[in-house]
Design a protein around this ligand. Structure first.
Ligand code: COA
Ligand code: ZN
Length: 313
């Protein structure tokens, strides 16, 4: 099926190599990471969040960020994104010639301190310095707002706080914003309201939504975000993912399940689902356990089974 003007095409950033591998109990060897990213690069995905330039003490699983960025094949048409928390991370990212820097801060100060040792205000100060560093470089600067729909320590995060952080990010020159439901606390009504409010204030702004499926609401939230004007999604191959500094965190909304849903609805994603499923099939061996994604196990909904003999007469 093809999309129509009433069914805007969606673009997906696969965050499995970053959000997924950061929380695995074992270190995935660099060459395996490169194999995974190279497989994702051939699926038609618009973006791949390949790694993060964070402290190797904080995120030891991604301590090979430079080697990963230098080892992957850069497929034309795919943007290679990296997560960056501070100036040092930005300098490391620029030295690798990344396409996009995804700055990260937390809407709630308790998660900010646990994850980054920074409040939102402190992160914003660092970002102002980072924007000086990125000046003159051909790099897109996005910012991800963690715990935008709720914090595992503080609970509710008021919309006005998230909107005011977005406003400050834009004032300093950030080019895109991602609203993150870090531990799957968002419900569809809340997602609809924050997406609508954000897009009505800044209709021109590339707004991405980053959902975790911790409480089974991932696809419902994705659908409602799309119905409210969001066309950019973070998702993770196999449904891997989670922030190591957010108690109870589990995987992102699963990329192949998300693509399957949209394609079944006739909404274009640009992604070749068969190739994506083939990439997902690499995961259990790579990480040593099954993955939460469902379509990879059930097959696509056009899968057919032979009728049992007993039903044939
Ligand atoms: N890359 C590599 N090393 C870094 C770094 C970066 N971006 N930022 C800091 N470091 C190193 C410093 O060089 C210093 O090293 P040393 O102990 O050998 O001297 C050490 O880390 C401490 O530096 P400091 O600036 O005091 O950082 P911190 O200890 O306050 O940690 C962060 C702050 C942001 C660097 C750290 O909490 C972090 O990397 N968090 C990542 C969170 C994350 O990715 N969460 C999941 C995704 S949401
Ligand atoms: Zn996440």
């Amino acid at each position: 099926m093809t999309g129509t003007s009433t069914q805007p095409r969606v673009t997906i950033n696969d965050v499995a190599p970053r959000d997924g591998l950061q929380i695995e109990s074992r270190f995935v060897p660099t060459e395996e990471k490169i194999r995974l990213i190279d497989a994702l690069s051939r699926t038609g995905l618009a973006k791949i969040e390949a790694t993060s330039f964070t402290s190797p003490k904080a995120i030891p699983n991604l301590r090979d960020a430079e080697a990963v960025m230098r080892g992957i094949e850069r497929v034309p048409g795919v943007d290679y994104v990296v997560l960056v928390p501070n100036e040092k991370g930005a300098e490391r990212a620029l030295a690798c010639g990344v396409d996009e820097i995804n700055l990260v801060l937390s809407a709630s100060d308790s998660h900010g301190r646990a994850n980054l040792r920074m409040t939102a205000e402190q992160s914003l100060e660092r970002f102002a310095n980072i924007l000086q560093i990125t000046k003159g470089h051909d790099v897109f600067v996005n910012a991800s707002i963690s715990t935008a729909f709720g914090c595992p320590f503080e609970g509710d995060v008021p919309f006005k706080r998230v909107l005011s952080i977005t406003e400050k990010l834009l004032a300093m020159g950030v080019q895109g914003v991602t609203l993150c439901d870090t531990t799957g606390m968002a419900n569809p009504r809340q997602v609809a309201d924050l997406c609508r409010e954000t897009l009505s204030r800044w209709p021109w702004l590339p707004v991405t939504i980053h959902l975790h499926n911790t409480r089974g609401m991932g696809l419902a939230n994705a659908l409602v975000a799309w119905q409210n004007g969001i066309t950019r999604f973070d998702a993770s191959l196999g449904g891997l993912g989670g922030c190591p500094f957010a108690p109870g965190a589990t995987g992102n909304v699963c990329t192949e399940d998300l693509v399957h849903m949209f394609e079944q609805m006739g909404v274009e994603t640009g992604v070749d689902l068969e190739r994506l499923i083939a990439a997902s099939e690499l995961l259990p061996t790579m990480i040593g356990h099954e993955v939460p994604g469902q379509v990879v196990k059930a097959g696509t909904s056009d899968r057919r089974y032979p009728l049992p003999e007993a039903a044939m007469d």
